[in-house]
Write a protein that binds this ligand. Structure first.
Ligand code: F3S
Length: 641
């Protein structure tokens, strides 16, 4: 039997287990990616376990997320990261070079290789034919140290593309269509593999837009084959010799299939506050727009910037709209300037920011109160923009630019523009000197730590009986943005857990942190898909720091589940989903946790209602042992003693 692209990629990096669906496997990374927001925790972990040099062929660190620099905190973190990377053998991209995922695609991504990154959108590299998986900071650190990453062998979904996109309907609409059909839970436990004749109509940047936002389906990753378009991309970025072809075998078997006829797609839009809340733009056309943000790792390649310039063409944006562009990388800026695109965008009155994440995670460019903001980034979770009352809509760059001109949500096809004639250049400007190599004499590097960079708090082992109050009960699809807020006020304190813990669950309940502190710990109860979204491990660390011992939910998102294990917070699932209704906020619960065994059921005693509720943990024995020890860092420290 033949192999899928996914299976070929996994086989190349497999170090433990068999590629059988549902079995635990270990894979080793060829490359790692970290950035300044999640990376601070990764490098603190590496310091804590005493690592002297990374154990992978290539490790690249990017400074792109935490860039407001309103005071010393961001700058101190940047210095710490530059010192740590120089010492440990990691290549560092300095502030201003661009957004990690696009830079990696331009300069380091190699078809056939495996990339593990401490960011959920690491999966963007699937567009170049890599196996790319996003993890939390702890797993990112372990991968950098050369340890395997363990995961459950996912199912493989074939997404068969036929036809060709119509003019002014760009690649973002393909992934919005996937989200519309599959929903934010539909990809859990799966890898999305693209195939079919439609693939050859998409360049690598377009493919990366699709794989990037595949994270929003909950999928482990997404992948495209490596073909002639991939070769042209590698050649244009001066790396032709690293290209290899990669395609599924004729008789490869998939677990599920979906077909999308690109020629039948129209401009789509995700309504607040979930990326799968997708409808045609026409359905909401005419709604007044206050803000437009064009940017993020999903949508500011050269192709995207030229599309935006094509739509704006120097015409003034609507007087009631505040619009901004965050380009992907320094190379994109230089290429755009060379083609006159920047002139057209600036002439329109669009604000030009540097190539950083910026408004995507609320780090600047927050909308007005109750504002309607159209964005090309991948997430529209409540509060993520930095304004809790704002309504975020996700669109393709052409829809964003057309709406900025008109002041209302606008289908770009209504502007009657000629199609954009774009093909990737033969050769992009050679910007490879953007990167700082590691130190040649690492022992001489002294690590500078600022006062905001607090040591990782001790996480004690799990007691044999856990008892306490249900401190918070939430609904379905709680995101890591709900648990650990994004935004310019909170991002600079991500490496200061005691301070950040004061804002845990702020988006849903401002009083949670104080209540947890006073109660000296307890439980959190949630619905389905608890912890979806970003890979930030602080969403596990903050409740844990505040004394929460277990989270009871109907189901958990993959990345957050791993973070709960890493930081010793016990995830438990209701055996009968309806039992969720038998627990209320404020109830007192007791669970015996002296022995944690894989596959075992536990009885939760609701002391308030005097009822017993059956729960089970979705974890394997290795993960349960980590929880019992108080988390993986404790295990790693014990091993190194
Ligand atoms: Fe940055 Fe937003 Fe992408 S925070 S990595 S631009 S999803």
């Amino acid at each position: 039997m033949g192999l899928t692209v996914t299976e070929k990629l996994i086989a190349a990096s497999l170090v433990e287990g068999k590629m059988e669906r549902g079995r635990r496997i270990g894979i080793r990374a060829d490359q790692t990616l970290s950035h300044d927001l999640n990376g601070v925790m990764s490098y603190q972990v590496l310091q804590a376990i005493g690592l002297e040099k990374v154990g992978v062929d290539l490790a690249v660190h990017y400074i792109d997320h935490n860039m407001v620099q309103a005071d010393y905190k961001n700058s101190d973190d940047h210095r710490y990261l530059q010192d740590m990377t120089a010492k440990l053998g990691v290549i560092c991209s300095r502030p201003g070079n661009g957004i990690c995922h696009q830079l990696h695609l331009e300069h380091w991504g190699v078809p056939g290789k495996t990339l593990i990154g401490a960011d959920s959108h690491t999966v963007a590299a699937g567009g170049i034919g890599m196996l790319s998986i996003g993890v939390g900071g702890f797993d990112g650190a372990m991968t950098m140290a050369g340890e395997p990453l363990y995961l459950t062998m996912p199912k493989i979904v074939k997404i068969h593309l036929i036809g060709k996109l119509p003019p002014l309907v760009s690649a973002k609409n393909i992934i919005l269509e996937v989200l519309r059909r599959m929903t934010i839970k539909g990809g859990v436990g799966k890898i999305l593999e693209y195939s079919g004749p439609g693939v050859s109509t998409l360049n690598v940047a377009e493919r990366s837009t699709i794989t990037n936002m595949g994270a929003e389906t909950g999928a482990t990753t997404s992948v495209f084959p490596s073909d002639e378009n991939t070769r042209r991309w590698m050649k244009a970025y001066h790396r032709a010799e690293q290209w290899i072809p990669l395609a599924a075998d004729e008789d490869a078997l998939y677990d599920e299939e979906m077909e999308i006829d690109l020629s039948r797609l129209e401009p789509l839009i995700a309504l607040p506050h979930q990326p799968d809340n997708v409808v045609p733009v026409r359905q909401v056309a005419g709604l007044k727009v206050d803000q437009v943000m064009m940017g993020s790792c999903t949508n500011t390649s050269l192709h995207d910037v030229l599309s935006i310039a094509h739509v704006l063409n120097g015409k003034p944006i609507h007087r009631d709209v505040d619009a901004a562009l965050y380009p992907a990388t320094r190379t994109v800026i230089r290429e755009s300037i060379a083609r006159g695109a920047y002139d057209k965008i600036i002439a329109s009155g669009v604000r030009i920011f540097e190539p950083i994440c910026g408004g995507c995670n609320g780090s600047g460019f927050a909308p007005q109160s109750d504002g309607v903001s159209l964005r090309t980034n991948p997430r529209n979770f409540l509060g993520r923009s930095g304004t809790a009352t704002a309504k975020i809509y996700l669109v393709a760059p052409e829809t964003a630019a057309a709406s900025a001109l008109k002041g209302v949500i606008t289908d770009p096809r209504d502007l009657n523009l000629a199609p954009l004639d774009y093909d990737i250049p033969e050769s992009f400007i050679d910007d490879r000197d953007l990167f700082q190599p590691p130190a040649t004499e690492p022992r001489k590097i002294a690590i500078r730590r600022g006062p905001n960079l607090r040591p990782i708090p001790d996480m004690p082992a799990l007691p044999d009986i856990i008892t306490g109050e249900v401190l918070l009960k939430v609904g379905d699809d709680i995101t890591t943005d709900h648990i650990c807020p994004a935004g310019a006020l909170y991002i600079p304190i991500r490496s200061n857990i005691p301070e950040l813990s004061r804002h845990a669950f702020k988006v849903v309940d401002d009083a949670f942190a104080e209540r947890a502190r006073k109660a000296n710990g307890g439980f959190v109860v949630g619905g389905s898909n608890y912890g979806q979204g970003s890979s930030r491990e602080q969403a596990a660390m903050l409740p844990r720091y505040l004394g929460v011992k277990a989270v009871l939910a109907r189901s958990f998102a993959r990345l957050h589940l791993a973070n709960l294990v890493n930081w010793g917070l016990l995830p438990l699932m209701f055996v009968k989903g309806e039992d969720l209704d038998r627990i209320s906020q404020g109830d007192r619960l007791t669970i015996g946790t002296a022995e944690l065994k894989e596959g075992q059921q536990y009885s939760v005693r609701n002391e308030t209602t005097k009822r017993e509720i059956a729960v089970a943990s979705p974890l394997c024995q290795e993960d349960l042992d980590a929880i019992k020890a108080g988390g993986r860092l404790n295990q790693a420290k014990n091993k190194n003693r």
